[in-house]
Design a protein around this ligand. Structure first.
Ligand SMILES: C[S@@+](CC[C@H](N)C(=O)[O-])C[C@H]1O[C@@H](n2cnc3c(N)ncnc32)[C@H](O)[C@@H]1O
Length: 241
């Protein structure tokens, strides 16, 4: 394999993965129910990646109109391909999720709101919500009395807080919490087990930036394996006050 740029190496690692962050299909049903998202809803999957959750949303709400947005063209193309069977009720576009217009009954954002900041992102999305609309998002969350291994896992995300801190950031945006649950274990396995297989497949031919990307991903998986019962996302369903 000829040497790739760091960006090409990243995309090579992430090609053919079902999802680009932790998450579980069952959690979407829970969030749709907590948010009381109507059958014919307008839904946005913000930071959709390759569209794993866009597909689940389309299946869970067969009468909904669904948009999905991601800033990376490669993921947009993958999500378009996966959602093609749903026809024109699912539209995937490349763009900035900070600029959503809506109106949406639900903005779903798995593992991506931290790119905008919880408070800042929710404030921006307020005008993109239809009356009665809600946002469901997952956010890194420190469990009580975190071990050194859990702190090491999150070392590159100093903004991390416990669930009370996430609630405070939600309230600072002028939203209230409708429901919350932790994503621990299964949601992370759904992300890291396929990634470990992908690393093993690419490893024999990997040099330069691709080898570096594989090393970094492998180290991240090892840090997760050191404390899998402590590494959590809080899945929050929130609505404007
Ligand atoms: C950790 S991945 C999660 C992807 C997907 N939601 C999932 O769970 O599989 C975060 C995604 O957010 C996208 N992203 C980050 N900032 C964005 C922005 N400002 N606008 C649109 N997409 C963004 C990234 O390109 C990436 O695909």
């Amino acid at each position: 394999m000829s040497e790739l740029t760091p960006e090409e190496a990243f995309l090579t690692l992430y090609s053919d993965l079902n999802r680009e962050g932790p998450g579980a299909a069952a959690d979407l049903g829970w969030a749709l129910s907590v948010a009381a998202t109507p059958a014919a809803a307008r839904i946005c999957d913000a930071g959709c990646g390759s569209g794993a959750d866009t597909v689940t949303l389309a299946k869970e709400r067969p009468h909904a109109r669904i948009e999905a947005v991601d800033k990376i063209a490669h993921f947009v193309a993958a999500a378009r391909q996966r959602t093609a069977p749903f026809g024109d009720r699912v539209r995937v576009w490349q763009g900035d999720m900070a600029q959503l217009e809506g109106p949406y009954d639900l903005i779903w954002c798995a593992g991506a709101l931290y790119f905008l900041g919880v408070t800042e992102g929710l404030q921006r999305w307020r005008l993109a919500l239809a009356p009665g609309g809600a946002v469901a998002f997952s956010e890194p969350c420190l469990l009580p009395r975190p071990s050194a291994a859990a702190r090491a896992f999150w070392a590159e995300y100093p903004q991390i807080s416990d669930v009370a801190g996430i609630r405070a950031r939600v309230m600072a945006a002028g939203y209230r919490v409708l429901g919350e649950q932790m994503q621990i274990g299964d949601a992370w396995e759904a992300y890291y087990i396929p990634m470990a297989k992908r690393i093993a497949k690419l490893r024999p031919e990997a040099t330069g930036p691709l080898a570096t990307a594989l090393d970094e991903a492998e180290a991240e998986i090892a840090r997760w394996r050191a404390a899998p019962s402590e590494i959590a996302y809080a899945l929050m369903v929130v609505a404007p006050e």
